[in-house]
Design a protein around this ligand. Structure first.
Ligand code: NAD
Length: 345
């Protein structure tokens, strides 16, 4: 049997855990796995592109557990009443190859993306940061806000989205949770006075969400939305004067903001900073950029954290996903009665 978590199951788990506790728990799992980075068998995700979006498979394993996520990115979907990003994922046992967990991951991806952003910002953002600008207030945005409050104490937000309805929804969801929210009239206005800038827009284009003059000294940029070839958010001049931190360079060079730079432009792998093998922020004036594209290890961590957390709860159902005959060499036994029917005809 394979444990299966559907969307209502995921909602029950988040409700019983609490959103901020779920995010901080996943962040701790991601941190622990980043600290043992060399133990993983890693690869860049496999992406199938179309004119309107991308469908990706994200595999990774250590010597005991394998994980993969199916995820799409379709910036035009909301106009059709659909999500830009949806996902589901699987954990499997390396020893047998059998799947052990199959789960919805649209909500889990929002949690793990926010957990990763806040984990990175906790290391790289300037000391005492209290205000975050958020450009793009779509599906990921509330999760980002909660993660930054839970892990960095940020509760002052300055928001901008080209779609006023997206800002309405964000304010409706976030204000009752005690955040101080300033709604700006432009991205330029939103970034005023913010020590952290999160860009979380969706457009299949080389967009310029932040121009060079909008990013002052000492700022940490959490750049989430540039995550595909031909889909970026930052003016490359910002990148050239920043220290850039990435997840897995072979994937980020193709998908991240740094696709706009030379292939050998220096970047720092975040796991090395966590392990103390590479410097993080080295001065109060330095601009740091987390060029986030989303890496399979973060999904692995979220999946294994979920698998442990739901043990003994009613969050999952056991589903008979794997054909597993009593005699492992007699798969036919499972359909033999159908053969008898055919023979009869
Ligand atoms: P979404 O479509 O729900 O929200 C995106 C928002 O960006 C929309 O409200 C849209 O109006 C706004 N927007 C578009 N262009 C803009 C502009 N020029 N200025 C201001 N706002 C603008 O999408 P989402 O699920 O919130 O995802 C946001 C982005 O994050 C997507 O590009 C997605 O691919 C990416 N993403 C990255 C990761 C990661 O790990 N790095 C994970 C999940 C999603």
């Amino acid at each position: 049997m394979v444990r299966f978590v559907d969307v209502p199951g995921m909602q029950r788990w988040v409700r019983m855990t609490g959103l901020e506790a779920a995010i901080t728990g996943i962040a701790a799992a991601i941190e622990a796995d980043f600290l043992r980075w060399p133990e993983f068998d890693k690869s860049a995700r496999v992406a199938n592109h179309s004119e309107v979006g991308v469908i990706e498979l994200m595999p990774i394993s250590d010597d005991r557990t394998y994980a993969f996520k199916f995820v799409n990115g379709h910036p035009g979907n909301p106009a059709r009443g659909l999500q830009t990003v949806t996902a589901f994922g699987v954990l499997a046992d390396v020893a047998s190859g059998y799947p052990t967990l199959w789960t919805e991951m649209t909500i889990l991806t929002a949690l793990r993306t926010a957990a990763t952003s806040a984990l990175v910002a906790r290391v790289l953002a300037p000391q005492g940061a209290s205000t975050m600008a958020m450009i793009g207030t779509g599906s990921q945005s509330e999760f980002q806000a909660l993660a930054f409050r839970a892990m960095l104490g940020i509760d002052r937000l300055r928001i901008w989205d080209t779609d006023p309805a997206a800002m309405d929804a964000f304010e409706r969801n976030i204000r009752p949770l005690g955040f101080d929210v300033v709604r700006a009239q432009s991205a330029e206005e939103a970034v005023q006075g913010a020590e952290i800038i999160t860009t979380c827009t969706a457009d299949k284009a080389y967009a310029t969400i932040l121009t060079d003059d909008m990013v002052g000294k000492g700022v940490h940029v959490n750049a989430i939305g540039g995550d595909c070839p031909g889909k970026t958010e930052l003016d490359p001049r910002i990148l050239r004067r920043s220290d850039i931190f990435v997840e897995y360079p072979p994937q980020t060079r193709v998908e991240g903001e740094i696709q706009q730079l030379a292939a050998d432009h220096p970047v720092t792998e975040f796991w090395r900073v966590l392990r103390g093998d590479a410097p993080g922020r080295t001065s109060a004036e330095e601009v740091t950029v987390f060029d986030s594209v989303g890496f399979a290890l973060e999904d692995f961590s979220a999946l294994r954290y979920l698998a442990d957390a739901i043990e003994g709860t009613d969050v999952y159902q056991d589903v008979d996903l794997i054909a597993d005959p009593v005699d492992p060499k007699d798969l036919f036994a499972l359909v033999a009665d159908a053969a008898a029917v055919s023979a009869h005809i």
